[in-house]
Write a protein that binds this ligand. Structure first.
Ligand code: AMP
Ligand code: GLY
Length: 421
């Protein structure tokens, strides 16, 4: 099979690495890819992911059998609709189902209509109503702007004053004229849970825990994710059973019944509360860096699973994972998630890669001549397998210590929850 992978981050490097192990793969193309992905794929340059016409043209010219979409933006923009209309199989949902990530209001209304456990909420078109609701509910309380906010747009207010002061700010974050959401504060531990969904069949694809804040001790600003491990100890078989029965399967059914079937990977961001799992949000693609740890643990042929998902033939397939734990440490350029410099030189990756159980994935790297340089916020993912999280973690941090990149930083406490550090 000839496969085209869209995206350029650590998530896509992990996808390329795993797809390249498939006996069914003949050629892998990546758009745009990165220097790590280039080891397994022909990277195509000069076409933005917003240019759907050009992507269709590439698929025709290269005789592509499957397009795998990494990030959410092209899905929310309708790339799956376009490719499907051209007869090109695609891993990733159509626009109508991608609203699960593109619109928080869409997801909340779907949950309400189908009794799916999530935080109670109100929606508001103007600040006065929002303030009255906050006064009535009290704090802590959560305010959210609607639309694709790239990890921003959420304020968790611990006091009434903070919540009231945040109202104007949250209205200003969203597209003018759209409503904001105000929801109940959920208490518990957060988990990312992934399922392959082909419209009808839902196949669990593992759990992970992310670290969203930039600095140790969960301090500092929110990021795309600074590290992850899998499996998540808090996600027990009983919690998984309930999540499938109460949250993921009713969602897939509701979308299929509304002729908006979901095909791709459904990423449920969950809060495990004392009353059981509740949905915080859906994403319509793999998590980054969650994907990296899931794929390190996956046994068997990823391409077969993605193809079956795209073609509505998941029934009868199995997902099997190694017993090992996997952990990923994100190395980012100093300054991230704020402003950061570009072009600093990275060395020592071969030494890091040689540590037992370790695989380094690239995110924001760029080759300048034969020098590897940092060109983004999140730049490298140091992943490791181990018999347990403790061993995976020790291996990953040993690899980090071998990387020579003074302009980079990482958290030193990845997996503190699992290890009760
Ligand atoms: P989101 O952008 O929806 O992922 O929200 C960002 C973060 O805000 C989540 O990862 C949670 O840590 C937190 N959060 C969102 N909604 C709630 C909620 N209802 N209760 C508590 N924390 C929340
Ligand atoms: N790591 C969280 C996300 O990919 O949204």
């Amino acid at each position: 099979m000839k496969v085209l992978l869209l995206g350029s981050g650590g998530r896509e490097h992990a996808l390329a690495w795993k797809l390249a192990q498939s006996p069914r793969l003949t050629t892998l193309f990546a758009l745009p890819g990165n220097p790590g992905i280039a080891r397994y794929a022909r990277c195509l340059e000069g076409i933005p992911l917003t240019d759907h016409d050009a992507i269709v043209t590439v698929c025709g010219a290269e005789d592509i059998d499957l397009v795998v979409v990494g990030p959410e933006a092209p899905l929310v923009d309708g790339i799956a609709d376009r490719l499907t209309a051209e007869g090109i199989p695609v891993f990733g949902p159509k626009q109508v189902a991608a609203q699960l990530e593109g619109s928080k209001l869409f997801t909340k209304e779907l949950c309400k209509a189908h009794n799916i456990p999530t935080a109670a909420f109100g929606r508001f078109a103007e600040p006065a109503g929002a303030r009255a609701f906050i006064e009535a509910q009290g704090a802590p309380i959560v305010l959210k702007a609607d639309g694709l906010m790239a990890g921003k747009g959420v304020i968790v207010a611990m006091t009434l004053d903070e919540a009231l002061a945040a109202v104007d700010e949250v209205f200003a974050m969203g597209v003018p004229g759209t409503e904001i959401l105000i929801e109940e504060f959920l208490e518990g531990e957060e988990v990312s849970f992934f399922c392959l969904v082909d419209g009808e069949t839902v196949l669990p694809f593992g759990s992970a825990q992310d670290h969203k804040r930039a600095f140790d001790g969960d301090q500092g600003p929110n990021t795309g994710g600074m590290g992850a491990y899998s499996p998540a100890p808090v996600f027990t078989p009983e919690i998984e059973r309930r999540t499938l029965a109460e949250i993921v399967k009713p969602t897939a059914r509701a979308l299929a019944d509304a002729e908006a079937e979901f095909r791709g990977v459904l990423f449920a961001g969950l809060m495990i509360t004392s009353a059981g799992p509740k949905l915080i949000e859906y994403n319509v693609r793999f998590g980054d860096p969650e994907c990296q740890v899931l794929l390190r643990r996956l046994d068997g042929d990823l391409l077969a699973l993605l193809e079956a998902t795209a073609n509505g033939r998941l029934a009868g397939h199995d997902v099997t994972f190694r017993d090992d734990a996997a952990l990923a440490i994100v190395m980012a350029t100093r300054g991230y998630p704020g402003d950061y410099g570009k072009g600093s030189v990275i060395a020592g990756l071969d030494e890091a890669d040689a540590v037992e159980g370790v695989t380094v994935f690239h995110a924001g790297t760029r080759l300048i001549g034969d020098r590897l340089t940092a060109h983004g916020g999140r730049v490298l993912n140091i992943t490791a397998l181990g018999t347990d999280v403790r061993e995976a973690r020790a291996r990953a941090y040993e690899a980090v210590s071998l990387i020579d990149w003074p302009e980079g930083f990482c958290r030193t406490d990845i997996a503190w929850r699992a290890l009760k550090l």
